[in-house]
Design a protein around this ligand. Structure first.
Ligand SMILES: Cc1ncc(COP(=O)(O)O)c(C=O)c1O
Length: 371
């Protein structure tokens, strides 16, 4: 009998499977060979705090651990979040990474005819979540200097707009919109939901969490994947007024997030000193690299995140050459406003010196790459 082929749902027919250009398999093959730097996905190049590892080990040493479902609604972690960032535990919803939080917010609040505004270029997964639901997207592009005039956002909001997504700071442009401007949008458009993605908040130290109490149209999404070095465990959270969290809870599985991720997140939050050390190292290496690359006349853009953008005349070739040296970076040159740019995230000063050495050598051999 002929095999039955099932077509995907109409609304996702035009979405191509994501090609993540994952470097992990190359790293596994190269193990022990050279200095390897995986800086292509903005993950932390540092391990998580020792307290996190110890807490996981201790949990696993107990007789009953992963055979049971996790605590429902991640209550302990929500309490910990409230202790650290203020508000109440019921202003938080724990999710499988920020990704899951973004998806939840869309699924809980969008009706089929609602439009979503996205500031572009931005985090590509978000667009896919909207497309999956079949809602219309209106893109507003950052300008040539990778900034955005807030009036352009205001003008693009129509009666059909239900939600505006702003990654703040944005990946991959690094653009940071100030709190006053976001406050203005929240006030001016009380019927539009503003989903502010603060995945890189720990690096920028700018947050709109202070506006949650006064604005029911604000949802913040955050992550433990970057500054807290827990990308492999997939944990993040949403912050909003209780009524919005209650709406999200309608579609939330009370056992949504795995128990190890919850333990890790709690202990990562508690080790403030470790977080501070990691953030300081990243900041110092960003300052160092920007200064040194400027001296080499290589165009570089610093951002209030853990990554920088480096410009080349042939970004694809540059990525290939760096690949050969086991330095994995991301080509962003096909995105609007980012022609010529690659993106790489940073770690400590030793890593920064290694990056500099490789770029300097490449420039010597292939001078036209940066001319
Ligand atoms: C802006 C932005 N939002 C969300 C995510 C996903 O975060 P998580 O790993 O917590 O799902 C990323 C990951 O790179 C990101 O850059």
């Amino acid at each position: 009998m002929a095999k039955q082929i099932f077509k995907p749902a109409k609304r996702i027919e035009f979405i191509n499977p994501y090609n993540p250009a994952d470097s992990l398999w190359k790293i596994k093959k190269a193990k022990g060979k050279k200095q390897i730097l995986k800086l292509d996905w903005n993950e932390s190049p540092f391990p998580p705090s020792k307290n996190v590892i110890n807490a996981i080990k201790e949990f696993l040493s107990k007789k009953n651990n992963i055979n049971w479902y996790p605590e429902t609604f991640s209550l302990e972690l929500r309490r910990e979040l409230s202790k650290h960032f203020g508000l109440k535990a019921d202003n938080y919803l724990v999710t499988n990474g920020c990704d899951d939080g973004l998806d939840f917010a869309l699924r809980a609040f969008l009706n089929p005819k609602d439009e979503v505004i996205i500031l572009s270029p931005t985090y590509t997964n978000f667009e896919i979540y909207v497309q999956t639901l079949g809602n219309k997207i209106k893109n507003i592009t950052y300008d040539n200097s990778l900034l955005i005039n807030i009036q352009r956002i205001e003008k693009s909001i129509s009666k059909k707009t239900k939600l505006v997504y702003i990654a703040n700071p944005n990946n991959p442009t690094g653009t940071l919109i100030n709190k006053q401007d976001i406050n203005r949008l929240l006030k001016k458009f009380p019927h539009v939901l503003f989903l502010i993605d603060e995945t890189y908040y720990d690096f920028s130290n700018i947050t709109v969490i202070g506006l949650i109490k006064s604005h029911s149209n604000l949802i913040i999404a955050r992550s433990f994947s970057k500054a807290y070095a827990l990308a492999g465990l997939r944990v993040g959270y949403l912050i909003s007024q209780k009524e919005n969290i209650d709406s999200l809870l309608r579609i939330y599985n009370a056992r949504n997030v795995n128990v190890i991720a919850q333990i890790a997140a709690i202990h990562a939050l508690r080790d403030k000193q470790y977080l501070k050390n990691c953030l300081n190292k990243i900041k110092a290496s960003m300052d160092f690299l920007v200064k040194e690359l400027n001296k080499l006349k290589i165009k570089v853009i610093a951002t209030p995140t853990n990554f920088i953008l480096v410009k080349s005349n042939n970004p694809k070739k540059l990525v290939r050459l760096l690949d050969k040296e086991f330095l994995f970076v991301r080509d962003k040159s096909d995105m609007p406003q980012l022609k010529g740019f690659i993106r790489l995230n940073l770690g400590d000063i030793k890593m920064a010196k290694h990056i500099l050495k490789l770029l300097r050598n490449i420039k010597k051999k292939h001078s036209t790459l940066f001319a």
